[in-house]
Write a protein that binds this ligand. Structure first.
Ligand code: AMP
Ligand code: MG
Length: 518
């Protein structure tokens, strides 16, 4: 078999032709927050996916990194210059139970600083992390490895989220390791290169607090504020303002998830990033038929992380976060708890605001009317009752590009998964109210429908399509993954090419199940 090491001699791996520009500030935190860790070289690293657009936006040398030899970097066999690899320490509440964790199967290569770019407010510092690079000091009994299927899945879903305009970590590359990983079955191994604004989690603060030394929490809070929330530095109570700002980003994020039917699936506190990005694509999936009780994760037996429970769980996680900051909110504990409680109440209100605002956009409404929230609620009840496809219902309402505005998208633009709902008199009554609301606006109804088509995706990462692509990839055929990625990059377009991706899954007796990918 051809060894990639022989071809490596063509490239001077010690020069900085990759464009990585590391400056890892995390190393300035107290030593308890991380441990040095080295990726364990893999047998036969092969570049399976490379995200050229992302590489370019990071100012990396995309031409060099697109070469097969870059599998040596993305597989962890060769460290890019300037990398100071570490595993980060954190804790977390997993399904409500506190555990000390840490990067057991991930290694931070460093913080890449994008040279001479980035507009105002744009983050220019990005964590570059290998997921699946072998054991670290925090691996406990795990092998530190990842399987190809789940890494491709993370790549696909994170790219889908990015294209939908939802804050998310991203995926720069997937490398097959040429080594087996042993789970229930023997699976091909892989390493994913994850790019994140940072990997600071609610669980990182829980870890700091568990050390029993407030100076550690303070060091982490100061670090996180400087890195992500510098606007709160001058607030009267900077730590409270920091907490409020984190909560605000989460309110916005979770409303966005729910507007596209995304179910994270494992919203443990270690999987909630303080940057406000979606992180840790494990058992996540998009909902087809609208039902707030939808759960796909095989281990979520009580529906803790069900679609409709996500705002409540975010609030629960934020409460765990607030607990770590209480002594920084106020020296008087009672006062500190009151401040934290008030901020959590604000989170709930903010989520509701973002949710209704986003639903207005989905329904083509501008401005605010008193009955908006109720009209939204009625539609959702009807969708649940008549088992309507979430994505296609909004898309059908938006009308197809050729539908006239006057049929309010309900007649011409039949889409699978919407027939039953749209045939009912109660829906027709609702649609009359919806259309009347559209007509009361200062824009033409056709314009409202056009606006709707720019926020209601025609294509989401449908579970059966994701599975189809992953099965083919496990057999060594990546064309279905590539095609899926192409389609997901243009989620608002209705084209002949993506028609098959707009169909709900064919009926099945087996409920769709996802797994944590460990
Ligand atoms: P996750 O389910 O990816 O959020 O992981 C939860 C925790 O388990 C984290 O601390 C991971 O680093 C750790 N973990 C998951 N899989 C492995 C593995 N194969 N080897 C070592 N640690 C792992
Ligand atoms: Mg995790």
């Amino acid at each position: 078999m051809h060894s990639p090491f022989s071809s490596a001699s063509h490239v001077d791996l010690t020069d900085n032709s990759t464009g990585f520009n590391f400056d890892t500030t995390y190393l300035n935190l107290p030593g308890a927050f991380y441990a040095p860790a080295q990726p364990v070289a893999v047998k036969l690293p092969q570049l399976v996916l490379f995200n050229r657009a992302l590489a370019e936006s990071l100012g990396l040398n995309a031409d060099v990194l697109a070469e097969p030899t870059s599998a040596l970097f993305f597989g962890g066999n060769v460290l890019p210059e300037g990398s100071t690899p570490i595993a980060q320490a954190y804790a977390g509440h997993q399904f409500g139970h506190f555990t000390v964790l840490g990067d057991g199967r991930a290694i931070l290569l460093g913080e890449h600083v994008v040279r001479g770019s980035g507009g105002p407010g744009a983050s220019m510092r990005w964590d570059i992390q290998l997921k699946g690079p072998g054991q670290t000091p925090y691996s406990r009994r795990g092998d530190g490895r990842a399987a190809l299927g789940p890494m491709l899945r993370e790549y696909i879903i994170s790219e889908a989220m990015f294209a939908l305009g939802i804050p998310t970590t991203r995926s720069l590359a997937v490398v097959a390791t040429g080594e087996p990983v042993y789970r229930e079955n023997v699976l091909p191994g892989a390493v994913l290169t994850r790019v994140a604004a940072s990997h600071i989690r609610v669980g990182t603060f829980e870890y700091a607090a568990s050390q029993g030394d407030l100076s550690q929490v303070k060091a982490l809070a100061d670090y996180t504020i400087r890195r992500h929330y510098s606007e709160t530095l001058n607030a009267e109570n900077p730590y409270l303002a920091f907490f409020q700002a984190v909560a605000e980003r989460q309110a916005e994020l979770i409303a966005k998830w729910m507007q596209v039917g995304f179910i994270h699936g494992v919203m443990n506190t270690d999987n909630m990033a303080l940057s406000g990005e979606t992180i840790d694509y494990g058992p996540c999936a998009f909902m087809d038929t609208y039902d707030p009780a939808t759960v796909f994760s095989s281990i979520d037996q009580h529906g803790r992380y069900a679609f409709g429970n996500q705002p409540r769980i975010a609030s629960w996680n934020l409460a765990r976060f607030a607990e770590t900051l209480l002594p920084l909110f106020d020296a008087d504990e009672k006062k500190a708890i009151e401040l934290g409680q008030a901020a959590l109440t604000e989170f709930g209100e903010s989520f509701n605001r973002h949710w209704v605002q986003g639903m207005r956009a989905k329904l083509g409404w501008i401005g605010e009317e008193e009955d908006d929230a109720e009209l939204v609620a009625t539609l959702l009840q009807l969708m649940q009752k008549h088992e309507a496809d979430y994505t296609n219902t909004f898309r059908r309402l938006s009308g197809s590009a050729s539908a006239s505005a006057e049929n309010h998208g309900t007649a011409a633009n039949a889409l699978p998964g919407t027939e039953t709902l749209f045939a009912t008199p109660e829906f027709t009554a609702w649609a009359g109210n919806w259309w009347a609301r559209i007509k009361r606006q200062n824009i033409l109804p056709a314009e409202a429908l056009t606006n709707m088509r720019s926020v209601n995706p025609a294509v989401i990462a449908r579970n059966h399509k994701v599975e189809e692509a992953l099965s083919a990839a496990n057999e060594g055929n990546l064309s279905a993954v590539q095609k899926l990625l192409d389609v997901l990059h243009k989620p608002f377009a209705e084209t002949a090419e993506n028609a098959a991706y707009r169909e709900p899954a064919p009926p099945s007796n087996e409920p769709y199940r996802t797994f944590c990918g460990t």
